[in-house]
Design a protein around this ligand. Structure first.
Ligand SMILES: CC(C)(COP(=O)(O)OP(=O)(O)OC[C@H]1O[C@@H](n2cnc3c(N)ncnc32)[C@H](O)[C@@H]1OP(=O)(O)O)[C@@H](O)C(=O)NCCC(=O)NCCS
Length: 165
């Protein structure tokens, strides 16, 4: 049977930061962290929707602490809001020392995916409803971010328009 079972709203990727992830300062490259965020978000969005999903927005990204090679990286992606075709996902990254288990929060961001069918047309996604107080807070954050995005896009269009005149 091939039908889509409703997935859990979260997914966790766990792996070691490898020497190939290093930047010029000897820590994990910001681009590597963004790739992991995109991968975890993608797996979460596809699991939630049951469709192939494309990234339309990454924002609110904050690098709190560096990640060092050899640390255990955990990337947790959770659905925090859904629209018609969009799945809004909060991603938290932590790094821990294998020897001590001491863990620190390193990165956080919000990423939006859109579910598409084989022809690339958007499709409806199952709606996600917040249950806990934390869920409600996270959903409000995602909605507020969407409003700010729209305002920002309008402002940028105005500036673009003035520049080409
Ligand atoms: C995803 C895509 C098919 C949507 O097409 P579109 O014409 O913008 O479709 P719509 O305007 O109907 O928007 C679809 C959804 O995307 C959301 N969206 C569009 N632009 C967005 C943005 N900048 N930020 C957040 N959400 C956005 C809309 O809010 C809408 O959500 P909803 O259905 O829940 O209301 C198209 O934008 C696309 O192909 N983008 C490129 C994706 C890509 O290549 N990503 C990188 C590699 S995966």
């Amino acid at each position: 049977m091939d039908s889509h079972c409703p997935a859990s709203r979260s997914i966790t990727l766990r792996f070691l930061a490898e020497p190939t992830d290093v930047n010029f300062g000897g820590k994990v490259h910001g681009g590597a962290v963004m790739k992991w965020i995109d991968q975890a978000g993608y797996a979460c969005a596809v699991g939630w929707s049951g469709y192939y999903c494309v990234t339309v927005y990454i924002g609110g990204i904050r690098f709190y602490k560096p990640i060092y090679i050899g640390q255990i990286v955990e990337v947790i992606a959770s659905v925090v809001h859904t629209g018609k075709s969009s799945v809004h996902i909060a991603v938290d990254v932590t790094a821990s020392e294998p020897k001590t288990g001491v863990r620190k929060k390193t990165t956080r961001c919000l990423i939006v995916f859109v579910a598409v069918d084989g022809a690339g047309d958007t499709v409806r996604v199952p709606s996600w409803e917040p249950v806990s107080e934390d869920d409600i807070r996270l959903q409000e954050y995602a909605i507020r971010m969407a409003e700010l995005r729209t305002q920002q896009e309008h402002k940028l269009l105005e500036i673009d328009h003035k520049m080409v005149q």
